[in-house]
Design a protein around this ligand. Sequence first.
Ligand code: OAD
Length: 273
Amino acid sequence: MGSQNLDESLLRRTARSLRSAERIVIFTGAGVSAESGIGTFRDDDGLWSRFPPEEFAQLDGLMGVAMNEPGRAAEFFLALLEPMARAQPNAGHRAIAALEKHKRVTVITQNVDGLHEAAGSSRVLTVHGRMFETVNADGSRRGTVSRDEVIAMVEALRPLCRPSVDFAELMTAVAPLIGFTEAGLYRPNIVLFGESLCEPDWRYAVVAAECSDFFLSVGTSATVYPAAGLPVSAKRAGATVVAIDPLPVANTPWLAGAAGEILPALIKEAFES
Ligand code: OAD
């Protein structure tokens, strides 16, 4: 994954737009965390290629797998949590955070990994939620899960990835994140398929996109709505919209390459040249 196809002229023009912009939105997807070791969803080896989202990205489907095939559910939780448990922000997250030295920036992320905040970004709208926050059945906030607890969960899940495991063993392993109380199911504060986006972040994200004059889309296939509509809204409102992705992006000027290479290059070009 390199930047051999990078359009240098587009990089310079994008840097000029960034330098003169006043209302900047950075919109990120799984690709911005790929260099932190967290796989994407829809690349060839992505999470959804191993665990179909029709089953694993819906609460009913996921609980059905947990009850009928607990070992398979353990494999899914392990695949989901292990990379996030150990991930650190990469050069892309750090470049986005460093942009705040020059400009006021709103980050809108579809990611649930907390890496923008860990890198130091101060205005992050998490429209698909946060993995390590938990909510009660009525949507009220329950608490947060520490990195140590996540690592312990990962270690507890590892031996459960076998057909003979039972539901109770699985639920004990994931108890810091998911479980039952008298009030019902508590779970991570993330948006599953068919659920509404997180508020008030989503409302603010719509306004930020519509009011932006520079909108940079980083590492997203922009296929999951309504978040995928944000670049369209920004463009319609007159913003300069540019994408960063190793794969071609349709209908948008596109800087080809990895976020961890292109973002630092763009910010250097905008503010240090
Ligand atoms: P996808 O997996 O759909 O897309 C990831 C994008 O990142 C692709 O366009 C990749 O080419 C690109 N990519 C890969 N490596 C990269 C790198 N190093 N630098 C930059 N880009 C890179 O992930 P999302 O678009 O985030 O939602 O998916 C959107 C939503 O679908 C997720 O938030 C999640 C998922 O289902 C829910 O679960 C609600």
